[in-house]
Design a binder for this molecule. Structure first.
Ligand SMILES: *Cc1c(COP(=O)(O)O)cnc(C)c1O
Length: 394
């Protein structure tokens, strides 16, 4: 008798999966689990996932919404009209950009989902996506999965972690259909820069590519303003921007975000999504609406929490002699490895000898080598403990 079991062993995976890089942190993840299994107390500055709980008003809004049977049916395909209006109001208040909630706002199952589907909607096989390096790995993975080519744009501290767009080879510029940006930036902590956004918008118009700015950290900014790409002149003609409730309201597990901007690009992405998903649970969308209605002072207060943590980590590590830059935005500290080790060796030693979890920079791309990322997702007290432990092994 033939069984399907014997067949699964010889399953041939689609060749497109071969383009994805191997998971770099297998060893590190194994070492972390082994230490945890031994009951070792680790300070985890690894993954960028807020340790603080979702604001209670949002939890209450979900509780009320899911008791209403009207939320139990399929959601509106492109997002609840009332949430889309709330998003337009929020962006108007926070970033001074006017949006048509019908055509210029699309609700996503988290930003990652939208970034993951975008190249399928706007990037043809063989054409180029320009991707920052170091960068959030989804940009290149989704471009490869769509059959596109990736050209990396190195970010270095001398240029404020902004890519040199004028140095991109002419052929790559001509083949480009998509430019990913990510300001405020993960992993470098660089803030948005209105002049750079304007340059990107101008080049996009000249060369005919779409700009997609990932603004997941738009509300975690310590200095300055102008966090939205859509604030640049003509930006809405050439670009879209991804926003998330995950980091702003400590809702990473809830899976809700949105994309705003150019109506044609948004319609293209929505067309992909019309065919693969059915949007976000309506009760979660109502809770998201409650989040966007919270007093803005609540967000400012949370930024102050991250600011104190940032200063505790930066000032503490500087006292050990490690020259750590102070980030202007996001909840990451991005620093050059202070020893001669490569980033994986250094992170492994910090883990096994100091019991502090960090992320080796090479995981964000080749230009991340020689750096390490530390997330401010632990209390000030635990950060002080991490500094103390790291001091002893440097
Ligand atoms: C956390 C993060 C995201 C993911 O956001 P979700 O809305 O939770 O999917 C996207 N981009 C960057 C740069 C992030 O760090």
């Amino acid at each position: 008798m033939r069984t399907t079991m014997t067949n699964t062993r010889t399953l041939k995976r689609a060749e497109r999966l071969d383009r994805l890089p191997p998971y770099l942190f297998v060893e590190l993840a194994r070492a972390k689990s082994a230490l945890e299994a031994d009951g070792v107390d680790l300070v985890d500055l690894g993954i960028g996932d807020p340790d603080l709980p979702t604001f209670p008003e949002i939890v209450e809004a979900l509780q009320a919404a899911c008791a209403d049977p009207a939320t139990h049916r399929y959601p509106a395909q492109r997002g609840d009209a009332s949430l889309r209006r709330a998003i337009a109001g929020w962006i108007r208040r926070r970033h001074g950009v006017d949006l048509d909630p019908e055509r210029e706002v699309l609700v996503l199952i988290g930003t990652k989902e939208g970034l993951g589907h975008l190249p399928t909607a706007v990037l043809d096989p063989g054409r180029v996506a320009l991707v920052p390096d170091p960068g959030y790995p989804v940009y290149q993975a989704s471009s490869w999965l769509a059959g596109g080519e990736v050209v990396h744009l190195p970010l270095d501290s001398e240029r404020g972690f902004r890519p040199d767009l004028e140095a991109v080879p002419r052929r790559a510029m001509e083949a480009a259909q998509l430019l990913f940006l990510n300001y405020p930036n993960n992993p470098t902590g660089a803030a948005a820069d209105p002049e750079f956004f304007q340059l990107a918008a101008n080049l996009a118009r000249e060369h005919g590519f779409l700009v997609a700015n990932d603004a997941a950290y738009a509300e975690i900014v310590y200095e300055g303003t102008g966090a939205s790409f859509l604030g640049a002149d003509g930006a809405k003609d050439v670009g879209i921007e991804f926003h998330s409730l995950s980091k702003t309201f400590n809702m990473t597990g809830w899976r809700v975000g949105y994309v705003i901007g150019n109506a044609d690009a948004i319609d293209a992405l929505a067309t992909v999504k019309d065919n693969v998903d059915s949007c976000v649970f309506t009760a979660i969308q109502r809770a998201a609406e409650a989040a966007l209605a919270l007093p803005e002072a609540r967000i400012a207060a949370q930024v102050e929490v991250y600011r104190r943590r940032r200063d505790a980590l930066v000032d503490g590590l500087r006292k050990t002699g490690w020259r750590v830059p102070r980030p202007r935005a996001s909840f990451y500290v991005w620093a050059r490895v202070p020893t001669g080790e490569d980033s994986q060796a250094f992170a492994a030693r910090v883990l096994t000898e100091a019991h502090v979890v960090t992320t080796p920079g090479v995981g964000f791309g080749p230009a991340g080598e020689g750096h390490v990322r530390m997330a401010l997702t632990a209390s000030e007290e635990r950060i002080a403990e991490a500094v103390d432990r790291i001091r002893r092994i440097l």
